[in-house]
Design a protein around this ligand. Structure first.
Ligand SMILES: [Zn+2]
Length: 262
């Protein structure tokens, strides 16, 4: 049956609507700078409809490979394309450990909430690099000669200490040289043993090729959207119009530290 409602009572008091402009100016004033990369499924992998039929109870053998091609020059086997990188502003909130249920299971670690303008609709898997923030990242790399590229570009950070102003990208770099790979007791120092520019390390006196380098460096944290945005959370307003109309509100979604998902 249908459930038609009677006309609502006429309101005597003024109506209160969300102000879209106020939300936008808040994001502009208080939002941090983010570099947003949208994601798409690389067409080197199987059709999405083919993958969705992959259920245990109704398994249909497919002649089509569902894996991505390692030889793919665009996604290099990851199955994902990151495209249209652009700088936007977003408000970061709730940087805590709320448990959320996402498409591939639950997450509890390093999840944040990001609020962006309605034009910047994300999809799950989009990447956000917070260019206003710095984190430390550690990794071990085998030195192949020439410049050293880390997983994330190294950020040179300017700081004022009791000893004066410094610019530092790599607080710690230890070397274990072949063939014994015993770690040298003396770590290498930025400015003395190597320099950092354009996110990469250049040695002044390079260690032997094949040496293992343990590098602690500053980087801009990179987050991946793990929930779909609340685009349904819009509203209606009536200002300067005889009839009420739809207003898009800012979007909120959850994102997770990318390196914890590896
Ligand atoms: Zn591909």
């Amino acid at each position: 049956m249908l459930f038609p409602l009677p006309n609502p009572p006429t309101q005597k008091k003024g109506r209160v609507d969300f102000s879209e402009a106020e939300f936008r100016s808040l994001i502009q004033q208080k939002g941090v700078l983010l570099t947003w990369y949208q994601t798409a499924i690389c067409p080197c992998s199987s059709e999405t409809s083919d993958l969705s039929s992959f259920e245990i109870t109704s398994f249909t053998p497919s002649t089509q490979s569902s894996s991505n091609k390692v030889s793919c020059p665009v996604c290099r086997g990851s199955g994902k394309i990151f495209h249209s990188g652009q700088q936007i502003r977003g408000i970061i909130s709730s940087a805590d450990s709320d448990f959320i249920t996402a498409r591939y299971g639950g997450y509890k670690d390093a999840v944040i909430n990001i609020t962006v303008n309605p034009e910047h609709i994300p999809s799950a898997g989009d990447r956000y690099v917070i260019t206003d923030s710095i984190m430390l990242f550690n990794e071990v790399i085998v030195f192949a000669g020439g410049q050293v590229s880390t997983k994330y570009p190294i950020i040179n950070r300017e700081m004022t200490l009791a000893t004066g102003d410094i610019t530092l990208g790599v607080p710690y770099l230890a070397v274990a040289a072949p063939p014994a790979f015993e770690t040298s007791a003396t770590p290498l120092v930025q400015g003395t043993h190597f320099t950092v520019s354009s996110g990469k390390i250049t040695f002044i006196n390079a260690p032997a090729v094949g040496s293992r380098l343990s590098i602690s460096y500053y980087m801009n944290p990179s987050y991946v959207a793990v929930s779909f945005p609340k685009t349904v959370r819009d509203s209606r307003a009536i200002a300067k119009s005889p009839d009420d109309y739809h207003i898009p509100l800012p979007l909120n979604f959850q994102a997770k530290l990318e390196f914890l998902g590896d």
